[in-house]
Design a protein around this ligand. Structure first.
Ligand code: APR
Length: 233
């Protein structure tokens, strides 16, 4: 295959599974244990903020012991060594891409390790629990912080940048996502519409599998490094 000019990579929870972070829709996944309506919507936050904060506080604690895996490291190496452009658009709210050294990265569903102040709109790094006693480091308001995570019913972040990148890419790679949630699940169709080659790397065929030119199934820590080696001299 001729070398692409630019590679746009969409990642999902399957990329972080082997780092010990739970996925959402696999057997035993997060949504088999707790309902989206109870912890991941603006209405849930109004109805029972303590329950929503507890859900994300637990995920922040789980995150503290997670390390980037060979798949995260391979994608960072691709960005470093590939002579064309590489952009990672992640649905994941963990910080494992950054920990692996990825720089050109968009978190379209927000970030677990950030807090959003509803009093002043500032976003700040936040590794600990968010509680009613939490103070905004920017405006000092107390008890006004929420996770800087995009909930169902809210607009994903940076869609303008993502749409621009999709219109320019000539290789779209989807890694570790079930293709259940839009707009991310629609990116493969947008890439095909501009003539990009499309590849899926996943443990098993995703919802959108038929839209990909090529599919490589297996654990991310095996299939991603092998795929990246195609582009490194
Ligand atoms: N290696 C590769 N793929 C894996 C692995 C692994 N070790 N383990 C699981 N997978 C695959 C599963 O087969 C599944 O297709 O990763 C995918 C995970 O799918 P989901 O759990 O649905 O996660 P994701 O697609 O990222 O969810 C998208 O939905 O709940 C919202 O906001 C949340 O960002 C999330 C979005």
């Amino acid at each position: 295959m001729a070398q692409p000019r630019s590679i746009l990579i969409l990642t999902g929870a399957g990329l972080s599974a082997e780092s010990g972070l739970a996925t959402f829709r696999d057997k035993g996944g997060i949504w088999s244990k707790v309902r989206i309506e109870d912890v991941a919507t603006p209405e849930a936050f109004v109805r029972d903020p303590a329950r929503v904060q507890a859900f994300y506080n637990t995920r922040r604690r789980d995150h503290a012991s997670a390390k980037p895996n060979a798949a995260h490291l391979a994608l960072a190496q691709l960005e470093d060594e590939f002579k064309g452009d590489v952009l990672v658009v992640t649905q994941n709210i963990d910080a494992l891409h950054e920990a692996a050294g990825q720089r050109h990265l968009i978190h379209m569903h927000g970030e677990l390790l950030k807090a959003w102040c509803l009093a002043c709109d500032d976003r700040a790094a936040w590794n600990g629990d968010i509680t009613p006693a939490s103070v905004c480091p920017h405006c000092s308001a107390t008890g006004r912080l929420r996770p800087d995570v995009v909930w169902f019913g809210e607009m994903p972040y940076h869609m303008d940048l993502i749409e621009e990148a999709l219109a320019e890419t000539d290789l779209f790679v989807s890694i570790g996502t079930s293709g259940n949630v839009y707009p991310a699940a629609g990116f493969v169709a947008a890439a095909r519409a501009v003539g990009a080659r499309t590849v899926e790397l996943n443990l098993e065929p995703s919802e959108g599998a038929r839209l990909f030119d090529e599919a490589i199934h297996g654990p991310a820590t095996e299939v991603v490094p092998a795929f990246v080696r195609r582009f490194l001299v």
